[in-house]
Design a protein around this ligand. Structure first.
Ligand code: R1P
Ligand code: URA
Length: 299
């Protein structure tokens, strides 16, 4: 995915559009440039931030506002930030725009900096498998994400050829209800995907806008598209399969690409939706995933 060309970058952004707190920090994340490392791990659960920073040699900053908690410190001598996004792809619109603003906009002058800083972002999450052969306990790296959320549809963008081909195959193979937001497909950063992939599974991750109906879960309510998970699970284009459900990656990938950052997601598979199973050891699994990600990001 590519960004549409930008024209003017010297005009100050209006106070209602880029909101800065009295202490000079950005509105929701409450961060100033000195609080943030260029390598960032994003997680859904705010409690996971401490689980990760407890492994750091040193923690420099601990900042929180709402569900957005940030700890910045050092692991293996490398400066890292861990940021929680809370649950949901709509929050990634806030997180990505504000992380980018912290490094690429002068928060005092409110002008776009002439030199671009690129962030490296790894999402470390949990997820449900859609495939019989991807069991709970696996780690899955999202080579692509398909967004059923609609967030990225609000932005100007140009898709790459592989994204266009995969989306075309999706519409040929799946009769997706037109009343739902238009799905979009985006790829992760190749370098980060290649860093995380060895020994793990790669796939197309489905990003849903909710945990229950949007992921085909039925408690007391019927869903509009009851065959959704079966259809997604059967999709195959040149060996690319839709492997798992989670709730953040599509917008993380799309906005990172548009803003000139690198992003990749790796999730612990805690549920297998095909086999109707849930892992017995979610905490151990997440702990193992944290160790793997920290080592690979800093070696
Ligand atoms: C749902 O339980 C949450 O878990 C997954 C989903 O994406 C959603 O945020 O990720 P995290 O474990 O990172 O929160
Ligand atoms: N997170 C999700 O979004 N879905 C699952 O099934 C498990 C974790």
């Amino acid at each position: 995915m590519k960004i549409a060309p930008q024209i003017n970058n010297k005009q100050a952004i209006e106070p209602s559009e880029l909101i800065i707190r009295d202490d000079g920090s950005i509105y929701h994340l409450q961060l100033k440039p000195e609080h943030l490392a260029n390598k960032i791990i994003v997680v859904g659960d705010p409690n996971r931030v401490k689980l990760i920073s407890d492994r750091f040699e040193k923690v420099e900053h601990r900042i929180s506002g709402r569900e957005f908690h940030t700890h910045t410190g050092y692991f293996n001598g490398v400066r890292l930030s861990v940021v929680s996004t809370g649950i949901g792809v709509d929050n990634l619109d806030i997180v990505m725009n504000e992380l980018d603003a912290v490094v690429n906009i002068d928060l005092k002058e409110k002008t776009i900096k002439s030199e671009h800083t690129q962030l490296e972002i790894v999402r470390l999450g949990t997820s449900g498998s859609l495939q019989e052969d991807i069991p709970t306990g696996s780690f899955l790296v999202s080579e692509y994400a398909i967004g059923f959320d609609g967030v990225l549809n609000f932005y100007e963008k140009q898709h790459d050829e592989d994204e266009i081909q995969l989306m075309k195959a999706f519409h040929e193979q799946i009769d997706y209800p037109t009343v739902l937001p238009l799905p979009y497909l985006v790829k992760g950063d190749k370098d980060l995907v290649d860093l995380l992939a060895p020994g793990n599974i790669k796939g197309i991750t489905a990003t849903a806008s909710g945990f229950y109906g949007p992921q085909g879960r039925k408690l007391r309510l019927d869903t509009l598209f009851p065959t959704q998970n079966e259809s997604l699970g059967k999709f195959n284009f040149n060996g690319h399969r839709i492997t798992n459900f989670e709730m953040e990656t599509s917008s993380l990938y799309g906005l990172s690409a548009l803003l000139g950052h690198k992003a990749s997601t790796v999730c612990a598979i805690i549920a297998n939706r095909y086999r109707k199973e849930f892992t017995e050891h979610p905490s151990e699994l997440i702990s193992e995933l944290i160790d793997m990600v920290l080592e690979r990001l800093t070696s």
